[in-house]
Write a protein that binds this ligand. Structure first.
Ligand SMILES: Nc1ncnc2c1ncn2[C@@H]1O[C@H](COP(=O)(O)OP(=O)(O)OP(=O)(O)O)[C@@H](O)[C@H]1O
Ligand SMILES: [Mg+2]
Length: 412
């Protein structure tokens, strides 16, 4: 039995109930449970009396349906049947807003929305350009392809939406889910990348002749494009050049505003009320990614609240260790009766599960050794996917209860 370092406890219950926490960003590698955890954390916060909005990204269809956000309309929708969210149904009547998250359950509300990347980009254009210009930009094919496919657009738009929600001042807490980026961290780069893109050589090259707005434009333009994206020009030809020119000229008017917004969003991520929660799982790849996130957040000086280890295997019979279960199985296996054989089979399944749990524990122990100061909470692997409110509540309860603090069965 090797000595294991116990991880510090990530107290999610306190984190979400703390009025100073205004933004929680759930990040982690693909498929670990970011969307699930974002929704469960939002639910927990709403039930602790806060007005919460969860910004989800591509939630599983059934989860979206049970949150009531299966249409992409880019607007937060109130989630029904959230305890403490039914203002009309409370005996006490309306309360004064203001201090008093702890005033409690009557005030809590959960709202959810699903990010519509293209619509968010359109809204930025509409907010920053005069109506005629905006219409021109929105109709431009170059814009249309940029807004739906520019690498990192989804990451940027998620951050932009976060900025919008924060500015609205409607929310005590905004919980942000993040997209499954291939590089897993693209959303951190998104504001800076957009700022670079807008300031970049490519755009400047295009803008010079567009500003000059004259003859010789095409020649200069082609030279500019040739320098930067020779292959693209060859394939796309002059039709595109005209579209790009129109687009860039129209965008020019809103560059300042966009850059400011990107910077403001980056600042919001560093603000005091923001907390990052890295979602991991006790699998080698997920742990490696979680480690990377933790390091990267530290490098970026972004406020890490802790790591949630999701889908941890446990057993209700955790008191019976693998070795004991196996020897019990052997002891009864010779018995010819069907029930004895069945019992032996169950014991062997249990033993295998306890071994898997022990392997997971060792892996998570390795993570803690590498990051001894990072608080951790645990969520068990449920038998079924988490697709409705009661399952989300079970996740929240597990996260905030004793299991969330210790995670594992204390086998051995
Ligand atoms: N603790 C859990 N027990 C059982 N199933 C879970 C658990 N956590 C998440 N799931 C299920 O795992 C699947 C993936 O979860 P989720 O969609 O939250 O991951 P994600 O990190 O958001 O994925 P993506 O990177 O694709 O956005 C879902 O079907 C979800 O219901
Ligand atoms: Mg997701």
């Amino acid at each position: 039995m090797s000595k294991r370092l116990d991880a510090k406890n990530l107290d999610v219950e306190a984190l979400v109930a703390d009025p100073a926490t205004n933004v929680i960003v759930c990040c982690g590698s693909g498929g670990v449970g970011k969307t699930t955890l974002a929704a469960a954390i939002g639910l927990q916060a709403a039930e602790s009396g806060r007005r919460v909005v969860v910004l989800t990204i591509d939630p599983a269809k059934r989860l979206a349906q049970s949150l009531g956000v299966d249409e992409l309309d880019n607007t937060p929708r109130r989630v029904e049947r959230v305890k403490g969210g039914t203002k009309g149904g409370t005996k006490t009547g309306p309360k004064k807003a203001g201090k008093g998250a702890e005033k409690g359950a009557e005030r809590g509300e959960l709202h959810a929305m699903m990010l519509d990347m293209k619509r968010t980009f359109d809204e930025i254009v509409e907010a920053h350009a005069a109506p005629a210009r905006a219409a021109q930009i929105l109709a431009n094919p170059f814009y249309q392809s940029l807004s739906s496919s520019f690498a990192g657009t989804q990451e940027y738009m998620a951050m932009e939406k976060l900025g919008q929600l924060a500015r609205s001042e409607r929310w005590d807490l905004i919980v942000v889910d993040t997209p499954p980026s291939r590089s897993a961290l693209e959303f951190l780069d998104a504001p800076a990348r957009l700022a670079r893109f807008l300031d970049g050589r490519f755009i400047r090259t295009l803008l010079v002749p567009a500003r000059a707005g004259s003859r010789g434009y095409r020649a200069v333009m082609q030279a500019g494009l040739g320098m930067v994206t020779g292959a693209v020009t060859k394939i796309l030809g002059s039709q595109l050049l005209t579209e790009v020119q129109t687009f860039v000229a129209a965008m020019d008017t809103m560059f300042g505003g966009l850059r400011e917004r990107a910077e403001a969003t980056a600042a919001l991520l560093r603000a005091e009320g923001t907390a990052f929660v890295v979602v991991g799982a006790p699998e080698p790849d997920a742990l490696r990614e979680a480690s990377y996130f933790v390091k990267r957040l530290a490098e970026e000086r972004l406020p890490l609240a802790g790591v949630v280890m999701n889908r941890v295997h446990t057993s209700d019979a955790a008191g019976v260790g693998a070795a004991r279960a196996l020897s019990a199985a052997e002891a009864i296996e010779d018995d010819a009766s069907a029930s004895a054989r069945l019992a032996a089979g169950v014991l062997r399944v249990h033993a295998a599960r306890m071994r898997a749990a022990e392997t997971e524990r060792q892996r998570m122990g390795g993570f803690t050794l590498a990051h001894p100061t990072v608080p951790v909470a645990y969520v068990p692997a449920f038998a079924e996917d988490v697709h409705d409110l009661s399952a989300l509540r079970a996740v929240a309860t597990a996260l905030c209860g004793a299991g969330g603090r210790t995670g594992q069965p204390t086998a051995e």
